[in-house]
Design a protein. Structure first.
Length: 193
């Protein structure tokens, strides 16, 4: 009887793990449709798990760095599309299209120059950061929460050197991570569509 009970518990645990594994994608999708703070928790955790070899910097750490007049600014690489860039970006950032080679934006810079990558939420920029590290760049960090979190915290954004408050939402689903007042219309006249 003892062995049978143990076998049943093992089978039950395996069934539970299988059920949880099958429902995780559904739970992730539902989470994106729910509370923004829960969404951010899940997105950040998933990104850090998927890109555990990438160094991360928080929005507060980057804001402090940029405010420190005694510390040289990092090279900011915005890894989004031109349409997204045209709505807004972090001041003094350089556009790096997601499909392009990010090291081209660093031509002429030392491989130990400080670099911070960002995109909408951190996925595309984490891929770029990983790629730069593989190319020998030693001081690369990815901005946790990327421009969406930066905007949600009312940090500076620009378009054509003018201060703006909205960010391209990337898509209707991902745009839910932006506070409503920071979410630009999806079909913006400046997005090239």
């Amino acid at each position: 009887m003892l062995n049978r009970s143990s076998a049943q518990r093992t089978a039950g645990a395996i069934s539970l793990r299988f059920a949880l594994g099958a429902f995780m994608p559904l739970l992730g999708t539902l989470a994106l449709l729910s509370c923004r703070s829960v969404d951010w928790f899940l997105v950040k955790r998933a990104l850090r798990n998927q890109f555990d070899d990438v160094r991360w910097i928080t929005t507060q750490q980057l804001a402090d760095w940029l405010a420190n007049k005694n510390r040289p600014w990092p090279i900011l690489l915005d890894v989004r599309t031109k349409a997204e860039w045209n709505v807004s970006h972090i001041p003094q950032a350089r556009l790096v299209e997601p499909q392009s080679d990010p090291k081209r934006a660093l031509a002429g810079w030392s491989k130990d120059a400080p670099v911070v990558t960002y995109c909408s939420v951190g996925y595309r920029s984490a891929k770029a950061a990983r790629r730069l590290r593989a190319e020998g760049f030693t001081n690369v960090q990815n901005l946790e929460g990327s421009i969406f979190q930066w905007a949600n915290e009312n940090r500076p954004l620009v378009r054509d050197d003018e201060i703006v408050r909205q960010v391209h939402p990337s898509s209707a689903l991902w745009g839910r991570l932006l506070a409503p007042e920071g979410r630009a219309p999806l079909e913006s006249p400046n997005d090239g569509s």
